[in-house]
Every structure is written in C-alpha cells, then in structure tokens.
Design a protein around this ligand. Structure first.
Ligand SMILES: [Fe+2]
Ligand SMILES: [Fe+2]
Length: 367
C-alpha cells in the first residue's frame, strides 16, 4: 500500500522541471525540489518500482488512472508528449543525481531524456528520429505530417495537436542542423497544398527569427506552433472563396477577413493550444502601426511581439511562394519591399533582425 498521493509527486516533479527551465540545474531551488521528489518517490514504491504512463490523453500511475487531474498533471502530459515519452519507470535505489538528470533533460527543449540505472524512459517512436541525419528529409517528413493534420482537419474539423507539436519539434531540430532548411518549397499548385506548405514555412521562418533574437526553450516551440496554426481560421471560410485566386468581391473579402477571428475562437477551445498561438491567430493581420484587421484601434490594442514575428514570416512567405497565378518574387525584391513597409506594417527591429539573420547565412540566393 503506498503512503503518498501520486499527484503530490507529479506536482513536485513538475515544479522542479519548471524551476530548472527558469534557473539552471545547479540552482539551490532545483536541488531542493529534486530531493523532495526523491523523498516522495520513496513512499510510492510497490514491489520496488512505480510507473507513470501517458496513454492516449490519459495519465496512468502504475497502470491505473492517476485520478485527480489538474494543472500539474496537464503540464507533465505536455512535457512527456513533447519529448515523445510514453512511460517513466522509477525503481527503488534511485538517486538525487538521476532525478536531476531527468528533470534537466525534461526542462530543456532540445535534450532527449535517456534512461539511467533506476529510471527507465520509454519513448514512442517520433517520426523525426526515423529520418536519419539529413535535415532536408527531416523537414520533408514533418511537412508531410502537417499535410496529414490539415487534411484531417478539413474532413473532421479536428486538430491533432500531438502531430502539430511533433512537427514543430522536427522543424526546430532541422533548423539547428542546417539553416538552409528554410527553403522548404516555393512552388505550390493547389490551394490545399498552399495551406500546409505556407503553415510550415511560416512556422520555420518564425522560429528562425526568434532564435536570431536570442529566444530559447519553450517560447521557441510555442512560436513554431503559433506559426503552424496562424491561418487555421481559413479552414472555416468557404472553399469557393479560398479557391478564387484573385478578384474577391467586397462581401467575399469581408468574409475572408474573418479568418483571424475564426482561428482564434477555434484555438481557444483547445486545451493544448498555447495562449500565444490563439493571440497570434487573432493578430497576424494587424499591423505594427495599429492598422490592419481585426480593427482593435479603438481599444488601443497593440500587436504582440509573437504576432509581429509571424507577420514578418507571413509577408515573406506569401511573396516567395510561386502560385499558379503569380511568379515567386526574388529575395532581393522581397527584402526591399519589407524595408519599404518597415515601421508601418512591420516592426522595424524585426525586419532588421530577419534581414541580418538571412544575410548571415550568406546563402540568400540559394534559399
Ligand atoms: Fe492570414
Ligand atoms: Fe498566412
């Protein structure tokens, strides 16, 4: 019979993980919490071990539902999903160092959680691991995942957040290996193809900018998700309007302009969508100077930094992509156009950051 509630253990573990992402693994608060995790785990062993499993959307403790759901359990579920972890088994004899290693690898977005003598980490097979070392094929696989998610969405209006999260993780990994993966695909034939290719491009380009700004960890990941979902509201606009390449009537255009509101409303109903993704879906057509749509000027609302990052990526990708009715615009022309609207439509600091990061690649012509 165990003498401690699994939910207390999970809450302490999650607090240790978030403190570790805020500070470092050697911070006294993290060490103290790890010791607490160790003490609590001592009270949970049955037959010398206990396990935490993620099954579908549920969390199991020793193969039974953990019971009290709550914020900490939700956070651990998300952490495990992001890491592709299906099961954690802790056995008697576990040390504070082993727990610290688990905690720090769960806190760092890029790190893989590995097993140790007394902690077994069972991972699901995440697609990105199957693709070898080639950044381009990793990218292709993840874009294919995004395509499936969007196809599924148009059929059932259901968004597979787990696949979205895995694809963003794959984009981040691919970007870290090779920045030229920024060049995903610049030619699309149909509108449905444009939907997922554009979403993937905006996601990668936004993460690229955010990294160049010095952002790290969780927020990078959330920006990637926001990029992938910024136009999800278009899935609620009739296909007849979307398929029209040019020449929307006034009324059709008014409907089209509702996609930020549709997207934000839909995403706000999803438990797993980051807040910043909801915000960015709403604000990505607002402009730096307060114009654009939805018109929130009366409320004095300013565009959030993440929405501004997405707006830069959105502008860039819309011009770079070749569509059946329009040729792709050259990199030099896009940069010139961006500079022209810098300070009006786009945040000038972000334009400078983006152009400098692209220039630093020294491969502008090959992107
Ligand atoms: Fe949009
Ligand atoms: Fe867009």
């Amino acid at each position: 019979m165990i003498s401690e509630k699994p939910s207390n253990f999970i809450a302490t573990l999650v607090t240790a993980i978030s403190d570790c992402s805020l500070y470092t693994v050697s911070h006294p608060a993290v060490k103290e919490l790890s010791q607490k995790v160790l003490n609590l785990s001592g009270k949970l062993f049955t037959d010398g071990a206990f396990s935490i499993t993620l099954l579908g959307g549920n969390m199991l403790f020793n193969d039974s539902p953990v019971g009290e759901e709550g914020l900490h359990i939700d956070t651990l579920k998300k952490k495990m999903r992001k890491k592709g972890i299906e099961k954690i088994i802790i056995t008697n004899g576990v040390t504070v160092d082993e727990l610290l290693r688990l905690i720090s690898s769960m806190a760092a977005i890029e790190e893989t959680c590995v097993s140790s003598d007394h902690i077994r980490v069972g991972t699901v097979q995440v697609k990105l691991r199957a693709s070898g070392d080639d950044a381009a094929s990793l990218m292709e696989e993840n874009v294919a995942t995004v395509r499936e998610v969007y196809q599924e969405f148009s059929r059932f209006k259901k968004l597979d957040m787990v696949s979205i999260e895995n694809a963003v993780l794959g984009f981040i990994m691919a970007l870290k290996r090779e920045a030229k993966v920024l060049r995903i695909k610049s030619q699309v034939k149909s509108y449905s193809e444009y939907t997922y290719v554009h979403a993937s491009n905006v996601s990668v380009l936004s993460v690229f900018q955010a990294e160049a700004l010095g952002l790290k960890g969780e927020i990078l990941y959330e920006i990637g998700i926001a990029g992938l979902l910024h136009d999800v509201g278009k899935m609620f606009v009739s296909k007849d309007i979307l398929d029209k390449n040019t020449g929307l009537s006034h009324d059709e255009w008014e409907i089209m302009k509702r996609h930020p509101v549709y997207g934000a409303t839909y995403l706000s109903t999803l438990q797993d969508a980051p807040k910043v993704a909801v915000l960015a879906a709403f604000e990505h057509h607002m402009k730096f100077d307060g114009s654009g749509y939805p018109d929130t000027r009366k409320r004095g609302k300013k565009q959030h930094l993440v929405s501004q990052i997405l707006a830069v990526a959105d502008f860039f990708d819309a011009l770079r992509t070749e569509r059946p009715y329009r040729k792709a615009v050259s990199m030099e022309t896009i940069i010139k156009l961006m500079k022209d609207i810098s300070g009006k439509d786009l945040n000038p600091l972000l334009v400078d950051n983006f152009v400098a990061a692209l220039t630093a690649l020294k491969r502008i012509e090959s992107i």
